[in-house]
Ligand binder design. Structure first.
Ligand SMILES: C[S@@+](CC[C@H](N)C(=O)[O-])C[C@H]1O[C@@H](n2cnc3c(N)ncnc32)[C@H](O)[C@@H]1O
Length: 272
């Protein structure tokens, strides 16, 4: 653990302490193609590996899939004790869970064959250190596959929601800044990965659709977009009201089909 967590880390730890069991980001039911979601991109990438580490594992949705495929192969790491408690409650004892910072993992060199990470790397401070740690704990030649958030989806509903969110953040003078700059421009990702000892990655963007019940929209956006939680309670209520209004025309049969872009970064650990 760093001597003092950064302001982003302090925010994330507090957020997950409060929401560890809310589970409304709906990635487990999100689809890229029918029956195939963003966790499945990662499961498919590492299906032949006998020991897989999930960095920033959260409440264990991906670990459950990895363990189902190969019982006993998965290890989860996260710095939030609260999400790990939720993961422990859902997973068999054979899944090892480690509470630690990704920048300093308590694992031996070459301890795992493959590493995955879902919607976590883009939040982390000092990405170069995280990537060096990932490389250190991996077998040479092993697969490292990460899903991170991609660029804003071009749909009308996405454009409207983010415009309302930007207005609310501006009104409260909140300027969110999470994670490394390289995630803001796809061209910068290969250099960051190569500098940490990986082959130049293949990068693919996918459209992910999650069906959100209209009465869960507020919880969904709070769980899916951390900047929402940076607003005051009054700001969150204003956002919910305005978002509901602009999204109402897009709700059909009691659900919003929310499309977002996820970015999959797939590579291998370069031999030393
Ligand atoms: C958006 S959640 C994703 C959780 C899970 N991978 C999923 O997709 O269901 C991001 C996770 O990364 C964890 N996290 C963020 N920064 C971290 C760090 N520096 N070290 C370890 N875990 C971290 C958070 O605690 C949180 O559980």
């Amino acid at each position: 653990m760093p001597s003092s967590p950064s302001s982003v880390e302090t925010f994330l730890l507090a957020f997950h302490a409060q929401h560890a069991r809310d589970g409304c980001a709906l990635f487990d039911v999100g689809e890229i193609t029918p029956g195939f979601g963003s966790y499945d991109l990662l499961v498919r990438a590492v299906e032949s590996a006998s020991r897989v580490l999930d960095v920033g594992c959260g409440d264990g949705a991906l670990l459950a899939k990895l363990d189902e495929l190969r019982p006993g192969s998965a290890i989860g790491l996260d710095f939030s004790p609260d999400v790990l408690a939720a993961a422990r409650a859902r997973l068999p004892d054979r899944v090892r869970l480690i509470q630690a910072w990704a920048q300093e993992m308590p694992l031996e060199d070459g301890a795992v064959e493959a590493v995955v990470s879902h919607m976590a790397l883009m939040l982390m401070d000092d990405l170069h250190r995280v990537l060096r740690e990932v490389r250190r704990v991996m077998h040479p030649g092993g697969v490292f596959c990460a899903v991170v958030s991609g660029p804003p989806h071009p749909s009308e509903e996405s454009r409207r929601f983010f415009s309302v969110l930007r207005d609310c953040l501006r009104e409260e003078d909140v300027t969110p800044r999470f994670g490394a700059d390289c995630f803001r421009s796809v061209e910068d990702i290969p250099a960051a990965w190569c500098a940490a000892g990986f082959d130049a990655p293949a990068i693919e963007d996918h459209e992910l659709t999650r069906r959100v019940p209209a009465d869960r929209l507020r919880a969904f956006f709070k769980q899916s977009y951390y900047p929402v939680a940076l607003l005051s309670p009054a700001g969150q209520a204003a956002l919910a009201a305005r978002a509901e209004e602009v999204l109402r025309p897009h709700v059909h049969d009691g659900c919003l089909s929310w499309r977002s872009t996820v970015r999959c970064i797939h590579t291998r650990a370069r031999p030393a």
